[in-house]
Design a protein. Structure first.
Length: 588
């Protein structure tokens, strides 16, 4: 084996790992967050947990990704530790499907149909279909499918390249001598764990082992402990992801580690004890790709069957390792919305977008609640309600900070076109929702000033303000509906409403000036009245910003001023809607 074989092997390994990464990322993207939602809504039935964990892992081709997601679910309070344990067990089973797919490279036959099953036969076809989809398809979903097919083809090409490059190792005595060391079960487990810990993928490390088996130097006595060790090494990803997380999230990562360590210990003791009495002769047989896949599956399925009845025992062991303390009650009371925006979900962008949008919808409702409570204070001042307004406004500020930070991190990920649109909408809208709550505090200040100074508006001013308040409530409620349901029909109503509200504001100011000149209103009350109407008008402007943003993003455009000019001056539909709202909000 010369330097060129080494370079070929490294190139094959790079393609193999890259193909696996592309395949897994795009399978997750194709799911559009649906797989994560299935896990999130999991029932407490342990069998369902195992099956769902296995199915999701088989679909996204990564037990590490599933386990990290589960750690995130537990950390954010979406899932209980008990539920997470069965999913982790299922993930270990689901990851074995990859080794079976890779074992197809070991098929040796001159038969036409069997030859078709070899990756070297069908991978070029998949690559061709994939590149056609990627270059010519217009739909985002088809481009993702193209990436999946290309990722799979690259993965298989890398596997074939590695296998071809390492074949000369069969004639290198030093290589055989190194492998003989791993026939020691303990060294084999350590080697398998270290290899997997470095590349953070048991599927990839098993694939490398399958590629090496073409040398004919790997027997089952060597590969058995290495495969067991690979299952321990894959726990590193979850352990790293749990750093800085809640205690239950760290316990979840520990359960993954304990499950594999106990499983390896049980299998090692049972297998080698039986070997003393039964002398398993197959341990000296040369291992093939299919045989490695079988050992990988047998261990994970067997460990799951053995340890599933002891799931509660694994939970107790994790709780004994990480004990509760006095701070845990405070941790339990942390806001679930903010904990939901977990950085662990950033590797699953579609699901992270969905979570962020749900939190942003909650922010919108809090902003509306803050405003409506402040409006009540204009009718009857209550210091308790005033404190609630301030508390909600602080919460909305926190929403903006947390969501904004999360979305900035998320924007650097490889997002689908649909997800990119949703992210753009949220980034533009969270500032407007936050400003609405700020104006609510300004209205609170106006109500508090009137209460402290014992000021009252005239009957005519009160009647006018009631009409104006109703219009503001309607536009804010409609705007929240537009954002929550992405309803473009309702969105088209916001701008006509905003135009009517602008005109109402002008009319109220004119009437107020008239009352001042007629000595029916004081200067002091006039300032308060002006503050309220100005804040109302600005609230309607923020509602307009949100609606126009959603309309423009959905139309794949973002020329706000041009849109407003066109809709106000060239639209018959706009004028009709404007007249409807003008008749609805008539001043007395």
């Amino acid at each position: 084996m010369d330097i060129f074989n080494v370079l070929e092997m490294l190139g094959g390994l790079a393609l193999f790992l890259y193909g696996m990464n592309v395949l897994g990322d795009n399978l997750a993207k194709l799911s559009g967050g649906r797989l994560e939602k299935i896990l999130e809504k999991l029932t407490s039935n342990p069998i369902k947990g195992v099956l769902l964990g296995a199915a999701v892992t088989a679909a996204i081709q990564s037990s590490s990704a599933t386990t990290v997601m589960v750690v995130g679910f537990v950390n954010s309070g979406i899932m209980k530790l008990t539920q997470a344990i069965t999913i982790i067990m299922g993930a270990n089973v689901g990851t074995t499907i990859t080794s079976w797919i890779l074992s197809l490279s070991g098929i040796e036959s001159d038969g036409f149909f069997l030859k078709l099953l070899k990756p070297s036969s069908f991978s070029p076809i998949l690559a061709l279909i994939g590149i056609i989809f990627l270059m010519f398809a217009k739909k985002d979903s088809k481009k993702i499918i193209g990436n999946i097919l290309l990722g799979f083809a690259i993965l298989m090409f890398g596997m074939e390249t590695m296998s071809g490059a390492v074949k000369p190792l069969a004639n290198v005595p030093e290589f055989t001598g190194i492998l003989t060391m791993f026939s020691n079960p303990v060294l084999g487990v350590i080697a398998g764990a270290l290899l997997t810990a470095v590349i953070q993928s048991s599927s990839a490390s098993v694939g490398i082992l399958q590629a090496l088996c073409v040398t004919g130097s790997l027997n089952y006595g060597i590969v058995f402990p290495i495969i067991l060790g690979q299952n321990v090494g894959t726990c590193v990803t979850a352990m790293l992801s749990s750093i800085g997380a809640s205690k239950n999230a760290r316990r979840t990562a520990l359960v993954h580690l304990y499950f594999n360590i106990i499983g390896v210990a049980v299998f090692m003791i049972a297998f080698y004890t039986l070997n003393i009495f039964m002398d398993f002769s197959f341990l000296d047989d040369v291992a093939g790709p299919a045989g490695i896949a079988f050992v990988h599956s047998a261990f994970n399925i067997g460990a799951t069957l053995i340890l599933l009845p002891f799931a509660k025992g694994l939970e107790k062991l994790a709780r004994l390792t990480i004990r509760d303390d006095e701070r845990d009650e405070k941790i339990k009371n942390l806001d679930k919305d903010f904990m939901t925006l977990d950085v662990r979900f950033l590797d699953q962008p579609s699901y992270a977008i969905e979570l962020a949008r749900n939190v942003t919808v909650n922010m919108a409702h809090h902003s509306m609640e803050c405003l409506f409570r402040a409006m009540k204070l204009l009718e009857k001042y209550d210091e308790n309600i005033a404190q609630e307004v301030l508390s909600i406004e602080n919460r909305v500020d926190k929403y903006e900070d947390c969501i904004g930070t999360y979305l900035v991190k998320l924007s650097s990920k490889n997002l689908s076109q649909k997800d990119s649109k949703i992210l753009t909408e949220m980034l533009h809208c969270i500032g407007d929702f936050e400003r609405i709550s700020d104006h609510a505090v300004n209205i609170l200040d106006a109500a508090r000033e009137m209460h402290k100074k014992n000021l009252e508006f005239s009957n005519s001013a009160n009647e006018e303000l009631k009409i104006y308040t109703t219009a503001i409530k309607d536009i804010v409620e409609s705007t929240v509906v537009v954002f929550e349901e992405n309803d473009m029909k309702v969105a088209s109503l916001i701008e006509p409403m905003e135009e009517v509200i602008d005109n109402l504001s002008d009319e109220l100011k004119n009437r107020h000036i008239k009352r001042l000149t007629e000595n029916k209103c004081t200067i002091e009350l006039g300032f308060v009245f002006s503050d309220i109407t100005t804040n109302y008008e600005r609230i309607s402007d923020h509602c307009s910003n949100i609606a126009v943003c959603l309309i423009e993003v959905n139309a794949n455009e973002f020329e706000t001023h041009e849109y407003l000019d066109n809709v106000k001056h060239d639209s018959t539909d706009f004028k009709e809607k404007y007249n409807i709202f003008k008749e609805k909000y008539v001043l007395p």
